[in-house]
Design a protein. Structure first.
Length: 349
């Protein structure tokens, strides 16, 4: 249930909930788009006759909330409807919630059990905790290249290196992330919409963060016509240029490091906006900049069974590594064949 909500719930975490009575599942719920209603309330709303809930057990992947935010506290509704038992996988590390909900439920006479539901739930919740407490969203770098790691020819031709199945899976990754970071080179060359083009998931296109250091992008590009997604433009604090104002576009000044936008500052600003999952679909320079700053948590790498040779453009530009001990280390988590392409997923060691 929680997995259904991934990529759609920020600033809230994706949570799953199931209501059980006398060994029968009465309803299931998950955090709804934009974070409301919460999973518990979504599950409760599926039951028409609320009297049937009395004495039921509620299973949740995360401790229910006990504070007022966009919604009233979930624990109030749980107590009101006279659940007899609540089983949760993890305490919420949000200081506004941590253990307070458990205490409130127990005070109301509801039995509470904290039981680990498994590694998958812990990984889901960790993304939220890291973003909330350490201001560190999960950052995934997506690369589509030839077998020898080239993303385009020297004349910048890149359509299509990978096959249609890989492209569909790539769109799925867009749907699982709340926002994307993109560089100006990609936008200027391809003029993309950077949306999710899978049937049924069109409304899960991520918000966009564009790195336009010198504010050089023309305003007739497709991304500036997007109405239903938030778009942020990061630009250098050294630039003295009039900003072209558009309703759904916000501009954020960022300091420079070595004539590049400071990527640590970029991520900090995105975290301030409560995003927890970031997909990077940039070029070789952006990928290298993030890797040099040790900001990439995982790499999703699509490789076609094609060879381009040294004339092609590398997936990742210079990392300035002259000692093998300084190589960026990742662990291969999974690999699968997509027709004649290969998808490999790596996580930072």
């Amino acid at each position: 249930m929680a997995l259904r909500a991934v990529g759609t719930t920020y600033p809230n975490p994706p949570v799953g909930a199931i209501i059980v009575k006398n060994g029968t599942i009465l309803s299931r719920g998950w955090t709804q788009p934009g974070g409301t209603p919460h999973a518990e309330i979504h599950a409760i709303n599926q039951i028409k006759n609320k009297k049937n809930i009395e004495g039921a057990h509620l299973y949740c992947t995360l401790e229910p909330c006990s504070h007022y935010g966009k919604t009233s506290p979930c624990v109030n509704k749980i107590i009101e409807l006279k659940f007899s038992k609540v089983i949760i996988s993890q305490l919420d590390k949000n200081p506004l919630v941590k253990s307070k909900s458990v205490k409130k439920l127990r005070t109301a006479g509801i039995k509470v059990v904290i039981k680990n539901f498994g590694e998958q739930v812990k990984i889901l919740n960790k993304v939220f905790f890291d973003s909330l407490i350490d201001n560190k969203p999960l950052i995934t770098l997506k690369i589509a290249s030839t077998a020898d790691g080239k993303i385009a020819t020297n004349s910048h031709q890149s359509k299509w290196i990978t096959n249609s199945i890989s492209r569909m899976v790539g769109h799925k990754f867009r749907s699982l992330n709340e926002c994307m970071i993109i560089g100006t080179d990609t936008i200027r060359k391809d003029n993309p919409l950077l949306d999710c083009r899978l049937d049924g998931l069109n409304n899960r296109s991520p918000d966009l963060f564009v790195l336009d250091r010198k504010l050089t992008l023309r305003k007739n590009l497709k991304i500036f016509s997007i109405k239903n997604r938030k778009i942020y433009i990061f630009y250098s604090d050294k630039v003295k240029k009039k900003i072209f104002k558009l309703k759904n576009i916000k501009y954020i000044k960022i300091n420079e490091v070595n004539n590049l936008l400071n990527m640590k500052s970029v991520i900090k600003e995105i975290s301030k906006l409560k995003y927890t999952r970031i997909l990077v679909e940039g070029g070789a320079k952006l990928s290298a900049s993030l890797l040099n700053n040790d900001l990439i948590d995982e790499i999703v790498w699509f490789r076609a069974s094609k060879i381009m040779g040294s004339d092609g453009i590398n997936a990742i530009s210079n990392l300035r590594i002259d000692n093998i001990d300084n190589l960026k280390k990742f662990k291969l988590i999974s690999t699968k064949t997509l027709d004649n392409d290969q998808l490999s997923v790596y996580k930072k060691n």
